[in-house]
Design a protein around this ligand. Structure first.
Ligand SMILES: Cc1cc2nc3c(=O)[nH]c(=O)nc-3n(C[C@H](O)[C@H](O)[C@H](O)COP(=O)(O)O)c2cc1C
Length: 155
């Protein structure tokens, strides 16, 4: 199984989470490629394997700057992503009550609109919770991998 982690980040927290998830998931049988979203466009979804969107939220509920080109390209080109299976590990802060975790939410809604299918629930990390995001990421991704394997086994 190949997992592509796509990282949207402003100050590196999502990248740290992605690194933890890569270490936890990459065991030889499951191969993981971590890609910063900088410079990516919608063609990234033609890569082999499943996708894990790991992104924070900025501005007023926007995706981070390095995720903008990919997000806008998907919105403009609207490729058929019905072959795509994905998960979302989102980061945000409940202090921004109106737009909490909207970065992950925006990707989730857009990918679903384009026909992709989400595996598991979208995680919403809260920076003001005191819970370390990289520790949560470690637990969450193992649960996600189990769900992914169930999905694959069910055909
Ligand atoms: C200027 C600024 C704007 C932010 N806007 C939001 C927001 O609208 N909604 C939200 O849930 N979190 C918001 N956040 C919180 C970040 O998403 C959160 O701190 C996250 O862990 C940062 O991850 P990163 O280092 O990967 O970018 C904002 C943070 C900053 C500094």
């Amino acid at each position: 199984m190949q997992i592509n982690i796509l990282v949207g980040t402003m100050t590196g927290t999502a990248q740290l989470c992605a690194q933890e998830m890569e270490l936890a998931l990459d065991d030889g049988e499951t191969r993981v490629a971590t890609l910063m979203m900088d410079g990516l466009d919608s063609t990234v979804f033609s890569r082999e394997g499943v996708f894990l969107v790991c992104t924070s939220t900025y501005g007023q509920g926007d995706v981070p700057d390095n995720a903008r080109a990919l997000y806008e390209d998907l919105k403009a080109k609207r490729p058929d992503l019905s072959h795509v299976r994905y998960g979302v590990f989102g980061l945000g802060d409940r202090t921004y009550a109106e737009t909490f975790n909207f970065g992950g939410k925006r990707f989730d809604e857009l990918l679903t609109e384009l026909g992709a299918r989400r595996i598991g629930e979208r995680h919403m990390h809260d920076a003001s919770s005191g819970v370390l995001p990289e520790e949560t990421a470690l637990e969450w991704c193992q649960d996600w991998l189990a769900k992914l394997k169930d999905h694959v086994a069910a055909g």
